[in-house]
Ligand binder design. Sequence first.
Ligand code: WT7
Length: 652
Amino acid sequence: MVSTKGKSLEGLLTEFRRFYPSTDFKNNAYITSEEIFKKAEKDPEGFWATYASELTWYKKWEKVLDWDPPHSKWFVGGEINVCYNCVDRHIKNGRRNKAAIIWEGEPGDTKTLTYWDLYREVNKFANVLKKLGVNKGDRVAIYMPMIPEAVIAMLACARIGAIHMAVFGGFSSEALRDRINDCKAKLLITADGGYRRGSLIPLKHDSDYAVKDTPSIENVLIIKRGEFPLRIKKGKDFWWHELADEVDPYCEPESMNSDDSLFILYTSGTTGKPKGVVHSTGGYLTGAYTTSKLIFDMKDQDVFWCTADIGWITGHSYIVYGPLAVGATLFMYEGAPDWPEMDRYWRIIDKYGITIFYTAPTAIRAFMKAGAELIAPYSLETLRLLGSVGEPINPEAWIWYYTNIGKKRCPIVDTWWQTETGMIMITTLPGYHTMKPGHSGFPFPGVSIDILNESGNPVEPDEGGYLVLKQPWPSMLKGIYGDEEKYLEKYWGKWGGKYYFTGDGARRDSEGYLMLLGRVDDVLSIAGHRIGTMEVESALVSHPSVAEAAVVGITHEITGQAIVAFIVLRDNIDKDFDLEDSIREHVSKKIGPIAKPRKVIFSSELPKTRSGKIMRRLLKDIAEGKVLGDTTTLTEPEVIDNLKKQYEVIES
Ligand code: WT7
């Protein structure tokens, strides 16, 4: 039952623990007071304009915002080039010899590019694109491993005004083909291959399958990563290093209108056909730049590591555009966190002196499962700030991260945002706010949110509801490529075009802290109570034997739905008879009998999307017996793998 008045989602979890940034952190942080929030609230457009002014524009805007709901244009009349701001600017402002990208390949090879190196490579790359017939406004597909050339390729597109469309290197050739066909990309940039968990991923070989069914692709540009078997089609396939020798070393950046498209990125969330989210130039860069600087408190001496892949929005905004616009040093790693051992990340942090580390809850929970002993040999002393993104971080995982990785010294920013928002929208500011585990924090200055019930009225403090965005923000998506109807329906349909609907549930406590409750599609409905997945899962993860949990509601004749919990135990825990009962009781004690799972299913892992989000839909089918007969345990990883394959067809 969905209520029409009052709360639309329950609020069950209470968190009393508080954490504070150290005096040292506070003394050195960009933002240490409330002032910025006040300023932005009074004059949001002025606030964004201040930060946009820190970038270099060819022509200043005439108007900050043109809001024609549900489309916004930012810095109207302004002209800018994103690549110029991320690269050229820094070779003129004293950062010429500063490391822009420090990279480590999975086999252990490493490379450092200064801003000057990056400048040279990007210029040549841009000229190669032109040589291959790419013009301003053309779409360019990028299907690459995590190597510096992936960043170079994106920046080169931005330099000449071509629109890039990156596809995660772990996606199939079908996924690549469909995305290329949707946006009619002219060129595909790929590599001979990349390394992942000790194996070679033959990207060019896989691309060949895609390209045979993509009539729009005229050429394929290949980066040489290693010695991978591949076929070269004469007149169509070209090696980057060969063409690089034939072009001029300088390419004039294109002066772009602020509202021109910078890139398209496909997102499917956990359901449905992928949608091509389109981002702008001036507005997007302003959002990525401002949030990178203020939320990650990026300073010249920092080494910033965001563990995402460049195929996701996190890679776009917080590997490439945000950090480089700030002039930061970014670290980039090609491979898997558990290769060759589960300590690879900690090894990297100590070796390169990483100071800011940004990763996903799924990784944190995997480390938690493996145990803190793996971290013991490493000092991690250079770290000063930690971040989390992608899913709600359960309070226990938060505490684990804070204690074992941050050594109780580093603030954590739990950043909420989406592919569509382009930039972080909800977080704490690390030098100012007190942290509450499990709570993401506050809307970023200049961002305006609300939490509504089904009928579109704001809920009371501590009540759950639908998270909406009330005002446009600079890095707001321009729309869905070629599908205006989908844009209107998916994001603006629920309350007659008045609000942008995020699809997430949230609750705000009396101090204004926001807690994200999970996707509203996954909400449980127990005896008339609507409960977000986050709270029950957090209660489960706070049991000492549990590393990771996912809950789903299955049909129940009396209560409407009953909760089934899928549990991954921490390593070295024996599953004795009493464990299931003890876990169920624990939830009941922690958040109330209403949330007590009817059934607990132990599994060695949970099915996840390629970006690490739990696929609760699949678990629901399992729990309802639609996919598997006996569901008492799911200890074989292959079982999950096979099930996932059936779903990935839909997902990608
Ligand atoms: C969805 C967006 C944003 C970059 C990576 C994912 C969930 C994201 C958090 C967080 C709770 C979060 C939401 C959101 N999400 N960050 N800190 N706390 N939930 O981008 O694939 O577009 O996914 O991820 O459900 O709507 P995305």
